[in-house]
Design a binder for this molecule. Structure first.
Ligand code: E4P
Length: 218
């Protein structure tokens, strides 16, 4: 399973990249705003800054919601760097834009997926990735992981090449379950990724090894 980090924070992106396990980055307008990145040109510059840190797909979201607007913005985003993936919302105009970009060889990430039907449509339009938001489904008492499992079955039935990018990941158990189900990619916050490394028995064991080494080398 590929690991993407879901943030626009350059320090967090650097930290995850330095760990050597980072495959890509996802952003959205809310994550940009959280870092205080506003204004069209600053946002474009920020995408380039992210691409200069990570050698992997970087999702950059369009703001337009009409076909022509999405195409214009998406082409501008794709021209920024070879690793940019144009992120497009799951709306009918978005499906048309995904189909258009697919024909041009421009990679897309269909975002705000909350149902299997939406995932099926996006795959038929040729999306490179689809982003089911599992945490947001869990937030409204709906099983987000069950949706990812359902999409996995559908995509495998018809050998769709579209990759399932499990999004809105909130904690390490989400990551582990996504790997069990067979999500192609997960995108989550740095703390959820780092939490995978933690185990109290590892800490205790290491403490003991170091203490024993110190005793023998006094
Ligand atoms: C996905 O690409 C989105 O940016 C993201 O995963 C949404 O996560 P949230 O529900 O934690 O905002």
């Amino acid at each position: 399973m590929k690991f993407f980090i879901d943030t626009a924070n350059l320090n967090e992106i650097k930290e995850a990249n330095d760990m050597g396990i980072l495959d890509g980055v996802t952003t959205n307008p809310s994550l940009m705003a959280k870092e205080g990145i506003t204004g069209a040109q600053n946002i474009l510059n920020h995408y380039v800054a992210i691409c200069n840190i990570v050698d992997g797909p970087v999702s950059a979201e369009v703001i337009a919601t009409d076909f022509e607007g999405m195409v214009k913005e998406g082409e501008q985003l794709a021209a920024l760097h070879k690793n940019i993936v144009v992120k497009i919302p799951m709306i009918p105009e978005g499906i048309k834009a995904i189909k258009y970009f697919s024909g041009k060889g421009i990679k897309t990430n269909c975002t705000l997926i909350f149902s299997a039907g939406q995932a099926l449509l996006a795959a038929k339009a040729g999306a490179t990735y689809i982003s089911p938001f599992l945490g947001r489904l869990d937030d409204v008492s709906t099983d987000g992981l069950a949706l990812i499992e359902q999409i996995r079955t559908i995509y495998d039935n018809y050998v769709f090449q579209t990759e399932i990018l499990a999004a809105s990941v909130r904690h390490p158990m989400h990551i582990i379950h996504c790997a069990e189900i067979g999500a192609d990619v997960m995108t989550g916050p740095l703390n959820a990724i780092k939490a995978l490394a933690k185990h109290p028995l590892t800490d205790l064991g290491l403490q003991q090894f170091l203490a024993d080494y110190a005793k023998g080398n006094q």
